[in-house]
Write a protein that binds this ligand. Structure first.
Ligand SMILES: *Cc1c(COP(=O)(O)O)cnc(C)c1O
Length: 368
């Protein structure tokens, strides 16, 4: 069976090998007579799935020992509340707004903390963020929040800001939902990272939180116990029933990632190489075309989510219909941006990018 190429921003394509393995194990996981969805989260079978997934993601992302890895529920949007509840101590929190997702985080935090807008890329239409040296950080914020890849606007931090170099000792919080596992993370610059799984890791319903140990234990009294990071960490993500299926699928994806090779490179380094090549190919094509345009400052262009417009927007519906007929799915842009968006997550092979470019060339030729 030849599956179409799926460019969804999320929930998004999952590697075919992962789906096939999950299908093969659906009724009977490793001869135990149960599928993963039917197992107790406290049984030895699931505990082994959980421990392997945790160890694999720690190895893949090179997460240091003084960070806890939490498998939670609620998604990225719930973390917009859970993070300030746990880290703000109801004090001042700095936000750098680079697009829709960081804007959402900024707004939600006002229920629990005193959010301060340290910078906003709004003046440029979110085509580029404000450079870190121009951020107006508060004197002593509880933390500084950024969205390290703006899924809707297509803006990505290619280097995480070094807050200490900016004279700020506060921990950096990153929402890495839509580029987690696409590139390495410099943990020396991070206090907490969170992300929903449904972009680059697995099915919706699982949220991964990676948090420096010393930040635990200061949750506001109103924090639900199931969302208190210390409670979750102390109970190895089993204070409540964790999203077992999501953890299992993420674990299969981590094993798939560990098998990836590009020359000498393996795992995340191999993925990063591939992601750079895919994005480069696509941006080069868009920049050289007469019909398509991407307005993002080249230094800030996302490797994962590439919004693009047709110069003749009246052709949008014809473009989407033609793409679908050519086996290229879910290219419609987010309603707030319009046009198209191609999400090139880990599961998208170079062949998918080439097929999309071939379609776009043909569409441009026949539109002229
Ligand atoms: C998708 C996404 C979210 C929201 O995830 P939900 O699972 O809908 O809560 C948050 N942040 C970013 C950057 C995202 O891409």
């Amino acid at each position: 069976m030849n599956r179409p190429f799926n460019f969804s921003a999320g929930p998004a394509a999952i590697p075919e090998e992962v789906l096939q393995q999950a299908a093969a194990e659906m009724l009977d996981w490793h001869g135990c007579g149960m599928g993963v969805m039917e197992m107790s989260h406290r049984g030895k079978e699931f505990i082994s799935i959980y421990e392997t997934a945790e160890a694999d993601v720690r190895e893949l992302l090179a997460i240091p020992a003084h960070f806890k890895i939490l498998f939670m529920q609620g998604g990225g949007i719930a973390e917009n509340a859970i993070v300030p509840m746990n880290l703000s101590r109801a004090g001042v929190v700095d936000f750098v707004v680079t697009g829709s997702w960081s804007q959402k985080s900024f707004k939600e935090a006002a229920k629990y903390a005193q959010p301060h807008l340290a910078a906003s890329g709004k003046d440029s239409g979110f085509t580029r963020p404000v450079a870190p040296k121009d951020w107006q950080l508060s004197s002593n914020p509880a933390y500084v929040h950024i969205c390290s890849n703006e899924t809707i606007d297509g803006v990505e931090f290619h280097e995480l800001p070094d807050l200490r170099a900016l004279g700020c000792d506060a921990p950096l919080v990153i929402d890495f939902s839509s580029h987690v596992a696409s590139r390495p993370v410099d943990w020396s610059r991070v206090g907490l990272a969170f992300g929903g799984a449904q972009k680059n890791i697995g099915p919706a319903g699982l949220t991964i939180v990676v948090v420096r140990e010393d930040l635990l234990g200061h949750a506001l009294p109103i924090t639900p116990s199931a969302f208190d990071f210390k409670t979750v960490a102390d109970n190895h993500s089993m204070f409540n029933t964790p999203p077992t299926w999501g953890i299992y699928m993420a674990g299969l994806t981590f094993q798939w990632l560990k098998r990836q090779r590009e020359g000498e490179l393996t795992g995340i380094a191999a993925m990063e190489q591939r992601n750079i090549a895919k994005a480069q190919r696509f941006y080069d094509y868009v920049d050289g075309s007469q019909l398509y345009v991407n307005a993002i400052d080249p230094a800030w262009r996302s490797r994962m989510n590439i919004p693009f417009q047709l110069r003749d927007a009246s052709r949008n519906e014809a473009f989407l219909a033609g793409a679908k007929a050519a086996g290229l799915l879910q290219l419609k842009g987010h309603k707030s941006v319009g046009g198209m968006r191609a999400s090139l997550y880990n599961a998208m092979p170079m062949a998918g990018v080439q097929a999309l470019i071939a379609f776009m060339q043909e569409f441009e030729r026949t539109s002229a």
